[in-house]
Write a protein that binds this ligand. Structure first.
Ligand code: ADP
Ligand code: ZN
Ligand code: MG
Length: 520
């Protein structure tokens, strides 16, 4: 007998509004000393009134729209009761029957067993590679999106548990999916897509490791062909994509064994992910649906979202899935480069600007003939691949090595476009281009000027190359004899020497041509 995994996710995303959900406290409490970004409202003192954060409501609506949800024109807040030291009021202000948005969906792309990104990229690099199914789209339905406030943070230490209330009252959107997800890799793809959306809408940094995006995973199994739902396990404490993936894989294995032993889970249970052990651990058996005693928040009147929805629709930017396709179509970027460059809106903006500048540079240089349109038509694909490669592997690599964020990058899109033009028109070879890029990364500046000053450009003067080659031939008589007696591979050695002699400024191809003539 085999079993199909049934998986649904509950995701919390912290909104990066200036102030908290229901008070005017600073919402960047994670960077501040404990219990300094607090007030009577977010610490639950009696006699205070919560005032909803309009920005948070607008962002919630935006996210709901990006997830294709229907917006409830009338929405309201409700109290959800439970007792825990991180919840000063004894209830959380959340939304129950009239959430901001309902009945949406998000598409992910991949195949059931090879959804992992690695395989999708393999496929692009090597389209003839057999056996991997073509990526297709899968729609994951969204049950609801609602707004709520975050709880405080418990800090456990040997002396006891301390509570930091800075996080209490941080605005959250909670997104609940239908149990449409069928594998760990689908869950991961879904979360990455969601993170991408939140970043594009600029409503959250959505970093899992920093707790801006948190995910509870619900897993059950059912025999293949069965359409019934069976009791699920809820796994909490997942703080990275990897943990989500591992926890699901582990839980599928654990439940498969139970089913095979005729002991399929009979009750809802909650398990916690132990990252050290890479296992899930039993926490408690849920007594059906917990009694949160939801009731309408009496201090906040229901609110109308029609105007907010209208405004949010107008302000909604192009969403990353669309940007990705456009980058490939319009700019000639490979699909995998387009995906990488649309993971962060700042990178997408940068890329966009580089492409809008690069054609100006290429037409302004005397090397390419024709009007801007003609040059674009002819060189689009090649320039697209060149820019994609230099952005995603070289520049991003250097930035990661030096821990430089795109927001602190000193290279302007204009300078980068000029840099690409220099490479494309053979003013500089790729070894020296790498050096040039490193210098630009350090201090910014105009690439043509740095290239001149540091003599990184290609030597066009064949006289100089001839002189260098004469030297190389004189200094390496053994290799010259070998070459002449038929060991032609030794030419690489001589080219290397000549590159050194010209300090990497000469074009290796030119060197080779002249050298071959001289050695005849
Ligand atoms: P609960 O009452 O435990 O909060 P909900 O019905 O509200 O359960 O669903 C919470 C999450 O669990 C949703 O993401 C939903 O898709 C998922 N879910 C519901 N039933 C199952 C099931 N049988 N197996 C796996 N996931 C499920
Ligand atoms: Zn406060
Ligand atoms: Mg629920």
């Amino acid at each position: 007998m085999s079993y199909t995994p049934v998986i649904g996710l509950e995701i919390h995303i912290q909104l990066k509004t200036k102030t908290k959900m229901f008070c005017s406290c600073d919402n960047r409490g994670e960077f501040l000393p404990p219990n300094t970004a607090i007030c009577p409202v977010c610490t639950g003192q009696p006699g205070v009134l919560p005032v909803p954060n309009q920005q948070a409501i607008e962002w919630g609506v935006k996210m709901a729209l990006a997830l294709n949800c229907k917006i409830n024109s009338l929405s309201k807040f409700d109290r959800k009761h439970y007792f825990y030291p991180d919840l000063p009021k004894g209830y959380q202000i959340s939304q129950f029957d009239l959430p901001v948005g309902e009945k949406g969906f998000l598409e992910i792309s991949g195949t059931e067993e090879s959804l992992s990104e690695k395989n999708i990229e393999d496929l692009e690099e090597n389209p003839k590679k057999p056996k991997i199914k073509l990526p297709k789209n899968k729609r994951i339905d969204i049950t609801r999106l609602h707004l709520e406030e975050d709880a405080a943070k418990n800090l456990h230490s040997p002396e006891g548990t301390l509570v930091d209330f800075n996080r209490a009252g941080t605005p959250l959107v909670e997104i609940v999916t239908e149990p449409d997800i069928a594998s760990a890799s689908e869950a991961k793809l879904f979360l990455q897509e969601l993170q991408n959306l939140a970043k594009f809408l600029k409503i959250s940094d959505a970093e899992m490791e920093k707790g801006h995006l948190r995910c509870d995973v619900n897993v059950s199994l059912r025999p293949v062909g069965d359409t019934k739902y069976y009791p699920k396990t809820e796994i909490k404490n997942l703080n990275s994509f990897k943990a989500v993936e591992r926890a699901i894989e582990y839980e599928i294995q654990r439940q498969t064994k139970l089913w095979e032993a005729g002991q399929a889970p009979e009750k809802l249970t909650t398990r916690g992910w132990n990252d050290t052990e890479q296992t899930t651990e039993e926490q408690r058996v849920k007594e059906g649906s917990e009694d949160y005693r939801y009731f309408p928040e009496p201090d906040i009147p229901p609110f109308n979202l029609a105007a907010v929805e209208k405004k949010a629709k107008l302000e909604l930017p192009e969403l990353p899935q669309k940007t990705r396709v456009r980058f490939a179509d319009e700019y000639g970027l490979s699909k995998s480069d387009a995906k990488i460059l649309t993971q962060d809106p700042e990178w997408a903006d940068f890329t966009e600007q580089v492409f809008s500048e690069v054609w100006e540079w290429l037409t302004s240089l005397p090397d390419l003939d024709g009007t801007e349109e003609e040059i674009m038509a002819k060189h689009r694909a090649k320039v697209g691949r060149l820019i994609g490669g230099w952005l995603t592997s070289k520049l991003m690599g250097l930035m990661a090595e030096n821990k430089i964020d795109i927001r602190l990058l000193k290279i302007t899109p204009e300078n980068f476009a000029e840099f690409i033009s220099l490479i494309y028109t053979n003013k500089i070879n790729s070894t020296n281009a790498q050096l040039l890029l490193e210098k630009m990364l350090e201090a910014g500046g105009d690439p043509s000027i740095i290239m001149e000053e540091d003599r990184l450009g290609q030597v066009q003067d064949t006289n100089l190359i001839e002189t260098a080659l004469d030297n190389v031939i004189k200094m390496n008589p053994d290799q010259v004899t070998q070459y002449r007696s038929g060991k032609t591979a030794v030419i690489q050695f001589l080219i290397g020497k000549a590159m050194k002699e010209t300090r990497g400024q000469a074009d290796p191809q030119t060197i080779k041509t002249i050298l071959e003539k001289k050695l005849k």
